[in-house]
Design a binder for this molecule. Structure first.
Ligand SMILES: [Zn+2]
Length: 199
């Protein structure tokens, strides 16, 4: 935050993907803003967000939860002279249906520190949680990304999927898939509110 203050970029504006904040950071860094905008989730107000061609409700995002793959973060850090500069959160980790690392085939970790800056998803400020997740990752059962995860990743890339899902807003498509999937896999007695990310 002090760094952004020095650059006169309000940290909240950057976290919300505000156009002026992103433009200012890019201009200071000498970075073409186009690819940055393409990878920025912008808050539209009323708990609505936009990423590329898709508009969706806050429920499609992880919200204040910071999701990460401890093995990806460890690779960022490896043999880097400034490990904290190398470690970075990933865009797709902010999307609710992305629950598995497609590179390491392990469940992603979910951390909420309960602090005001949870919205920044600053993995550099979560050393203890990241280390604990790294140790725990050794004993995790490997798994592949779910078909829903692949669908969401493809849809943000503009790759067509099943017609029925593509005919709905992305958050509705995900909700419908999770509701139907939950019913088919666990039966009508299973309460949706009591389901875990793993389920
Ligand atoms: Zn990973």
């Amino acid at each position: 935050m002090p760094f952004l203050n020095d650059l006169k970029i309000p940290v909240v504006d950057l976290a919300r993907g505000k156009r002026e904040a992103v433009e200012r950071l890019c201009s200071i860094a000498g970075q073409d803003p186009a690819p940055v905008f393409k990878n920025t989730i912008t808050a539209l107000g009323d708990r609505r967000y936009r990423l590329r061609e898709c508009e969706f409700s806050a429920e499609l995002t992880t919200g204040l939860v910071t999701r990460f793959c401890p093995l990806c973060l460890s690779e960022d850090r490896d043999e880097h002279a400034l490990p904290k500069a190398a470690v970075r959160h990933r865009l797709h980790w902010r999307l609710g249906p992305i629950r598995t690392c497609g590179k390491h085939n392990i469940p992603l970790e979910n951390v909420r520190m309960g602090k005001w800056n949870d919205m920044l998803h600053e993995v550099q400020a979560m050393d203890d949680a990241v280390s604990a997740a790294y140790i725990a990752a050794c004993s995790l059962e490997p798994r592949n990304p779910s078909p829903l995860q692949s669908y969401v990743e493809d849809r943000f890339k503009g790759i067509p999927g099943p017609v029925w899902l593509d005919g709905q807003a992305i958050d509705q498509a995900c909700r419908a898939t999770e509701m139907l999937g939950g019913l088919m896999a666990f039966g009508p007695e299973q309460k949706a509110a009591e389901m875990t990310e793993d389920m």
